[in-house]
Ligand binder design. Structure first.
Ligand SMILES: Cc1cc2nc3c(=O)[nH]c(=O)nc-3n(C[C@H](O)[C@H](O)[C@H](O)COP(=O)(O)OP(=O)(O)OC[C@H]3O[C@@H](n4cnc5c(N)ncnc54)[C@H](O)[C@@H]3O)c2cc1C
Length: 471
């Protein structure tokens, strides 16, 4: 794509009006660099439309003039999907000014929102009417619901409520030709041909711009118990999860794993401390919730833990006695996404395998990494109730950064091949963006890749919508 002619830039500015764009490179840093400063782009223009019609007019003009469009939400994505290329030939459409909650139907358990609503604001609006919007992730104070849907975000409550795509009933989307699909229906049943909205969920802005959504709501939890459980082995984690699912009537909302390396890292780099006096090796952060008041969850949890201690799978547990203590336990898990970066960083993997295969995957992948660098240390944590492991191979102190980074492809292939051997995924929840484009070609079948290309070509023949991302 070529540099954008000045007269087109002026026409684009005129569509949104003088207060709704940035054309000064000095004010663009937060939009052209990603959150961890790993991806950097250049653009002549960042547009901040305030309604769907503006988005449609921008996209129509860009399509006519063959100009690349990068949709951007909170810019918290971890694979470079929201950053333009360095060619100065793509504009950014930031959705931040389309941030209104439009409607809440408490009886239908739905809410209609604009795509630029920050996730926390969506949760708070639901809470204000005694309803729950359950999507929850570490970046929730910055990411936008449009970005969550475009990446099919996961997070900590997938076990109970599903991924972002399972929380959507309807979408409004601006297509690459500028036409608007108005599918803002709050229906739980609608078998009227292809479910077109599914195309856009997880498409990372390559097929269209999500402008509004109808989201599913749930009853608020009235009873809740949170516990950090110390396990006798990694293998005990899926066993505990399976038991909890059976015994609690599937009231388990979150089941997060962390290993000893994680807890040591938290102690070294943050104010947080190990709540146990003994140094255990494996931990599960567990949360049970029920919309029924006094559902007896704490008693149930304690009974399960006692039985699992007797069976030798659990060695100890801390049950939060207050909201503050529960928040402290959650903070341990949430800080893990950042804390290893303070310690020199490492190669990060966002893997999923069947829940029952998680222990074997972690063991095999750890062995493969340490065969490559014997001084390397692996840190594993994640949403293992969903089979999703954030697996990090920390840089050994004695290996220079550049040498370590030069082995990225080799180590990644080792880890991804092991995940593939379990029929797993090399990108559980973070998407493809720029980072994993070449892995997509390696791990998806030719039939699937060709189908993806066919869909992209059909919707976006001029390849203007988030060009060069995913495929
Ligand atoms: C500390 C931290 C913790 C995280 N934890 C999790 C986690 O637990 N689970 C998880 O899944 N992710 C997690 N993430 C990753 C990230 O927060 C999610 O991918 C999130 O959904 C991205 O939303 P966003 O608004 O920031 O999107 P952006 O980063 O702005 O964009 C992401 C992609 O979506 C596209 N896009 C954005 N808005 C739209 C739109 N309206 N229409 C069409 N396309 C659009 C962009 O072009 C880009 O390809 C975490 C990130 C951080 C920094």
């Amino acid at each position: 794509m070529k540099k954008i002619p000045t007269e087109i830039v002026e026409k684009l500015k005129a569509i949104v009006g003088s207060n709704n764009y940035i054309d000064n490179p000095e004010q663009m840093a937060a939009y052209v660099n990603d959150i961890w400063n790993q991806y950097h782009g250049v653009t002549p223009l960042i547009l901040k439309p305030i309604n769907t019609e503006m988005v449609a007019s921008i996209v129509t003009l860009c399509n006519e003039c063959n100009i690349g469009v990068v949709p951007q939400g909170g810019n918290t994505g971890l694979v470079g999907g929201s950053i333009p290329s360095e060619s100065d030939a793509e504009i950014i459409i930031s959705m931040e000014r389309m941030n209104k909650v439009l409607d809440i139907d408490v009886i239908n358990y739905t809410m209609t929102v604009e795509a630029g609503c920050i996730l926390v604001a969506v949760q708070e609006a639901a809470f204000a009417v005694n309803r729950l919007f359950p999507l929850s992730l570490g970046a929730e104070g910055s990411c936008q619901i449009g970005g969550n849907l475009a990446t099919n975000a996961g997070g900590t409550a997938v076990l109970r409520y599903g991924n972002a795509k399972e929380l959507v009933l309807g979408l409004e989307v601006v297509l690459p030709n500028g036409k608007i699909i108005n599918g803002l229906r709050g229906l739980r049943k609608d078998n009227t041909g292809y479910d077109i909205k599914q195309l856009f969920l997880g498409s990372e802005g390559t097929l269209g711009i999500i402008t509004k959504a109808v989201l599913k709501l749930f009853p608020l939890p009235a009873d809740k118990v949170t516990s950090l459980v110390a396990l006798s082995s990694l293998e005990a984690a899926p066993k505990l999860l399976a038991t909890m699912r059976e015994v609690t009537g599937d009231n388990i909302t979150a089941f997060e794993y962390m290993d000893r390396v994680c807890v040591d890292m938290l102690e070294k780099r943050t104010e947080l401390s190990d709540p146990f006096a003994v140094k255990y090796d494996h931990f599960a952060l567990v949360e049970l919730t029920s919309s029924r008041d006094n559902a007896g969850l704490q008693t149930l949890l304690e009974e399960i833990i006692t039985a699992m201690i007797e069976a030798g799978d659990v060695v100890d547990a801390v049950v939060a006695s207050s909201e503050t203590q529960a928040a402290q336990l959650w903070k341990m898990r949430e800080m893990l996404a950042e804390v290893y970066r303070l310690d020199g960083g490492g190669l990060t993997f966002d893997i999923s395998v069947p829940v029952s295969s998680v222990p074997e995957f972690i063991k095999k992948a750890s062995q493969a990494c340490t065969q490559e660098y014997s001084a390397g240390v692996v840190m594993a944590f994640g949403h293992i109730g969903d089979g999703n492991v954030h697996f990090i191979f920390l840089k050994p102190n004695n290996v220079p950064v550049n040498d370590f980074l030069s082995a990225t492809d080799e180590v990644s292939t080792l880890v991804y091949d092991i995940a593939a051997s379990f029929n797993g995924s090399f990108s559980a929840e973070h998407g493809i963006g720029l980072l994993k484009k070449h892995d997509l070609v390696r791990y998806k079948s030719e039939v699937e890749i060709n189908l993806m290309r066919t869909v992209k070509k059909a919707l976006d023949p001029n390849n203007i919508m988030n060009p060069n991302k995913i495929i």
